[in-house]
Design a protein around this ligand. Structure first.
Ligand code: GLA
Length: 400
């Protein structure tokens, strides 16, 4: 009798442990199968901050469809902070009726009708960074509302979270999103504070690794102490390359290309470095009124292809000598992207030897200059370019 009891207790204990494990796997550990390449799109924050409204979003979606951006891969149209009105009597979130009089569902429908996807923003705290209602305590309710509206992407911020634990707080929203029946890309924005690259691989599809970008290249001219110039973001994000891959990306923040604070050379470098790092490419400019230079950078197809390579390797720096750097990114077709980067204030000649590139001397190769849009020769000494200050030369090597 005692034996039977013991046996029953043991079996019950064992099966409850097994059950708990499989439940845990189901709820927390199942990736959502989205963002197999780094997400591309547009986000309202860098240009419009809290001045965003439905007309701006509509104009942006129109232009993304007609300018070639959509066809180049920019898919998600994301409204960042400040779209929110109050919660209603049942706790459901409403839109700011003045800025979004037609409501979010109508706006999502409009964006979808342009062949694009629609994204929105919330926060794991009680208030967003802009002081609007956050999702704490309303996670499942908000996830349901988003699914009902047709949301395809959620950026989830980290202001006003008090003593919440980031891993737990993001898991709650990840679970809520997965159980509402609509595939929603989950973009975590906790600025790298709790090192999400160590634990968020099955929680979010991308996670910010840094504070906010400022529209500056080497040194910040103005702004808050949580805003950083491009070079600082690059140096924070680059060492994290082993943690990125299909479905889970390091995010050094959205693009500033076209916002006016940097030169065309610097914007090309910003864009190239983001592509080398397999970073999400979220345009952050006034797309409806962009000039030709901005358009040519955002639409540089061959550079975008490096970012979107399906192998999903985050490229990184393999050599540095003062201001001169060489970066490599391994690609799915067996080739490689090579970036020669001059951080300095003077032109610099940079050479990547065949050995540095890891290219067997006897192997035939086709070399493409991705910004000059022409084929070049790989000489015996390697790839050489004289690179302008703050500039890059970017190549792609194809195997025959
Ligand atoms: C934080 C985020 C930004 C932006 C603002 C909105 O600073 O890091 O990307 O979303 O909040 O208030």
């Amino acid at each position: 009798m005692i034996r039977t009891l013991l046996w029953l207790t043991l079996t019950a204990l064992l099966s409850s442990t097994l059950y708990a494990q499989s439940t845990q796997e189901l709820v927390n550990k199942v990736p959502n199968g989205l963002a197999l390449t780094p997400p591309m799109g547009w986000n309202s924050w860098n240009k419009f901050a809290c001045d965003v409204n439905e007309q701006t979003v509509r104009d942006t979606a129109d232009e993304m469809a007609s300018s070639g951006m959509r066809d180049a891969g920019y898919q998600y149209v994301v409204i960042d902070d400040c779209w929110h009105g109050p919660r209603d009597a049942n706790g459901f979130i409403t839109a700011d009726a003045h800025k979004f009089p037609s409501g979010i569902k109508a706006l999502a429908d409009y964006v979808h009708s342009r062949g694009l996807k629609f994204g929105i923003y919330s926060d794991a705290g009680r208030l967003t960074c802009g002081g609007r209602p956050g999702s704490q305590g309303h996670e499942y309710q908000d996830a349901l509302a988003y699914a009902h509206w047709g949301v395809d992407y959620l950026k989830y911020d980290w202001c006003n979270t008090g003593d919440r634990n980031a891993q737990e707080a993001y898991a709650v929203m990840a679970d809520a999103l997965r159980q509402n029946g609509r595939p929603i890309v989950f973009s975590m924005c906790e600025w790298g504070t709790a090192k999400p690259w160590l634990w968020a691989r099955n929680t979010g599809n991308l996670w910010r690794t840094t504070g906010d970008i400022s529209d500056d290249f080497a040194t910040k001219k103005k702004g808050h102490d949580w805003e950083h110039p491009v070079l600082m973001l690059v140096d924070l994000n680059e060492p994290l390359w082993p943690y990125a891959g299909p479905g889970h990306w390091n995010d050094p923040d959205m693009l500033e290309v076209g916002n006016g604070g940097m030169t065309a050379t610097e914007y090309r470098s910003h864009f190239s470095l983001w592509a080398m790092m397999a970073s999400p490419l979220m345009a952050g400019n006034d797309v409806a009124h962009m000039d030709d230079t901005t358009k040519s950078i955002l639409l540089s197809k061959e550079v975008i292809e490096v970012d979107q390579d399906r192998l999903g390797v985050q490229g990184h720096r393999v050599w540095k000598d003062g201001d001169r750097e060489i970066w490599l990114k391994t690609l799915a077709d067996g080739g490689v992207a090579v970036l020669l980067f001059n951080r300095g204030e003077q032109p610099a000649t940079i050479t990547a030897t065949a050995e540095q590139i890891g290219w067997p001397a006897k192997e035939r190769v086709r070399v493409r200059d991705l910004w000059a849009h022409r084929d070049v020769r790989l000489r015996r000494g390697g790839l050489t370019a004289t690179v302008e200050p703050h500039g890059v030369a970017m190549f792609r090597l194809f195997r025959f």
